[in-house]
Design a protein around this ligand. Structure first.
Ligand code: HAS
Ligand code: HEM
Ligand code: CU
Length: 573
């Protein structure tokens, strides 16, 4: 009875069967599009790992016909994995969960329109990418210049994500009107907070695309100021990493405990963590620009301290989710200081994927805090260390969690049964070990001074790299690429076999795994704790966050506009 589900949540009215079926369909479209993008992106990754292992496959005739250069491949890899996979998965996931939990009617025509608009943006951007007409990497820093079609397609994709924000926030406001004085249920709270954060975060990119990149690439302006463009990019570019990881936090907090056999620790603490992300995610972008000239050091230092502050809600999460897992394992008979870990539900691939993602994130997060230090940054900036860092954050904490989630979410949405769960389990272990080895190799190479974004295996000066004594980390990186290739093949085999199998049951046979809660936020605001009351008004908190962002960004951006330097575009590859 302790593990009784919370399916009938207070204040919620179930969606009618037709709406639910339709909602599941549109969500399935989002999720499948996401994994198709990841599939292509993941097939390119090992070539890059081999490059950092000293093996150059870019001269192979088959590859030559498909991609023009290392950099076209790298652009496709970064865009498909980090921008397309994440955004489609998250849009489906964080539309479905609040719609389901709040149970207020939603406009399904609008939901489908948004999906098709996002897909149209994706296909538009894909054309120049595939034609080597937008080989500008996933950060599209000017003066690197791509086809206007790429920037327009990407802008349409982002605009579509803002329509999902409108849908979810609209749904929440409607729920609030129909349930005055109620505490927002926790999964919806986390989803709405994340979408509002994304709304604030996206402003930088929206301004960069509309005011700078699109007019410039259309030839309407003679050039673009690279510093201003980079600053607007990182306004969005840092918080986008929380937009990638918070949807996994939703699962770690609310669903993973039940999958592991335990309880969520505290709803009030979870609300605090998400409100901190809403407030502190955006005003930190300068930690990507410590090396940029003409940015006042005082502001760089302020962004550094705010970065340390935004690590706090992740630390809260570490202890809280850690406690959930320990609770689960002890309930299953575990004991000892660390011995309990063996008693987690390791036979379940979905749970295993997420616990391994968490383990990788201990290292990814610690590395992030190092990167943020103004003193340490010059050692690692623009080196192979950085891809090392983000493959155990977005590449594992996020991606392996989403892979694990898909193992129950796809059966839930489709009514199909998971094919080869054992192979699924193998694939998540391979991904974990592959990425840990990759991270070891890349961090190490970075410390030795190997640059990122470099076709090092084709260098005309191999002696430069030989002098770095990096034979071992190169070997690790090359081997990790092979392990990850195997992991990818195994995972996608399981996923596509599941998707292509016939529907055998009602998807509800695999329910949403809501965890029981140890310390609830309650249901009535009137009797709720101060923390719960103070965290409820998410719109007002967003407004406060906007003010903070303007305070730390206007003094940085103002002088850039005053000293605007129009630099003409370049195409390198
Ligand atoms: Fe980062 C660069 C700083 C988090 C992604 N980051 C990047 C880039 C990407 C990225 C893609 O300050 C490269 C951009 C480019 O192309 O140039 N990052 C941070 C900091 C954090 C951080 C302070 N990053 C992320 C996340 C990402 C991500 C999350 C994606 C999802 N990052 C930087 C900086 C740079 C940077 C600099 C620029 C570097 C440069 O020079 O260019 C923090 O948010 C991290 C906080 C996280 C923690 C970890 C908490 C641990 C948890 C796990 C607990 C485990 C449990 C398991 C419970 C403090 C929650 C228990 C185990 C059992 C077995 C039971
Ligand atoms: C870059 C390998 C999966 C996101 C890279 C680089 C390597 C690599 C070696 C560095 C290239 C360079 O700096 O020249 C792999 C392998 C993967 C994999 C072997 C697994 C099969 C992923 C996943 C994501 C991801 C799952 C995100 C969801 C990125 C991004 C870049 C990158 C954003 C930066 C691109 C740029 O610098 O423009 N990858 N990767 N990768 N990877 Fe991966
Ligand atoms: Cu950042």
């Amino acid at each position: 009875t302790r593990l009784r589900g919370l399916a009938a949540r207070p204040g919620s009215t179930a969606l009618d069967a037709a709406t639910l079926a339709n909602l599941k369909k549109v969500t399935q479209y989002y999720i499948v599009t996401a994994f198709l993008a990841l599939f292509i992106g993941v097939m390119i990754g090992p070539l890059q790992a081999l490059n950092y292992g000293g093996v150059d496959l870019y001269n192979l005739p088959i590859l030559r016909n498909l991609i023009q250069s290392y950099y076209q491949g790298l652009t496709l890899h970064g865009v498909l994995n980090a921008l397309v996979f994440t955004q489609f998965f998250i849009s489906g996931w964080m539309l479905y969960l609040p719609a389901r939990e709040l149970g207020v009617g939603l406009n399904m025509k609008f939901a489908w329109f948004t999906y098709w608009m996002m897909t149209a943006g994706l296909l538009t951007a894909a054309v120049p990418l595939l034609m080597n007409d937008a080989t500008v990497l996933y950060t599209f820093y000017p003066p690197l210049e791509g086809s206007p079609v790429f920037y327009i397609g990407a802008a349409v994709m982002v605009a579509a994500s803002l329509l999902v924000v409108a849908q979810v926030v609209g749904m929440w406001l409607r729920w609030k009107r129909e349930n005055p004085g109620r505490v927002t249920p926790i999964v919806s709270f986390m989803s709405v907070a994340t979408w509002l954060m994304w709304c604030l975060a996206s402003l930088g990119l929206v301004v960069e695309a509309l005011a700078l990149l699109i007019p410039w690439s259309l030839g309407l302006t003679s050039g673009v100021d690279p510093l201003l463009a980079r600053t607007l990019f990182w306004w969005t570019g840092h918080p986008i990493v929380y937009f990638w990881v918070l949807p996994a936090y939703i699962s770690w907090y609310a669903f993973l405990p039940r999958q592991a056999g335990g309880r969520m620790i505290s709803e009030p603490l979870t609300r605090l963590a998400f409100v901190m992300f809403l407030v502190f995610s955006v005003p930190v972008g300068l930690h990507h620009q410590y090396a940029d000239p003409n940015v006042n050091n005082t502001w760089k230092t302020i962004h550094m301290f705010l970065t340390f502050l935004v690590a706090v809600p992740s630390l809260l999460t570490a202890f809280s989710v850690g406690a959930s897992l320990e609770d689960a394992a002890r309930h299953r008979g575990g004991s000892g200081l660390v011995g309990w870990i063996r008693h987690l539900n390791w036979r379940d691939a979905g749970m295993t994927a997420q616990v391994l993602a968490l383990v990788s994130f201990i290292f990814g997060g610690a590395g992030g805090i190092l990167n943020a230090s103004l003193a340490f940054s010059p050692v690692v900036h623009n080196t192979a260390w950085i891809p090392g860092h983000f493959h155990i954050t977005v590449g594992t904490a996020t991606t392996l969690s989403f892979m694990g989630i898909a193992l129950w979410f796809v059966p839930h949405l489709t009514g199909k049964r998971l094919a080869s769960p054992k192979l699924g389990l193998t694939s998540v272990w391979l991904w974990f070990w592959g990425m840990m080895l990759f991270a070891l190799g890349m961090h190490w190479q970075g410390l030795a001074g190997v640059p990122r974004r470099a076709h090092v295996s084709a260098t005309a000066q191999p002696a430069v790299y030989d002098a770095m004594h990096i034979a071992l980390p190169k070997l690790f990186t090359a081997v990790s690429g092979m392990i990850l290739f195997a992991a990818g093949v195994a995972f996608f085999w399981v996923l596509f076999r599941t998707l292509l199998s016939p529907r055998v049951e009602d998807g509800e046979a695999t329910p949403v795994p809501y965890s029981p809660v140890l310390s609830s936020a309650g249901t009535d605001l009137a009797t709720a704790s101060t923390l719960v009351k103070r965290t409820e008004p998410l719109l007002a908190i967003t407004l406060f966050a906007l003010v903070l962002v303007l305070i730390v960004y206007l003094p940085v951006i103002g002088p850039m506009i005053a000293n605007y330097q129009a630099v003409p575009g370049q195409r390198l590859w």
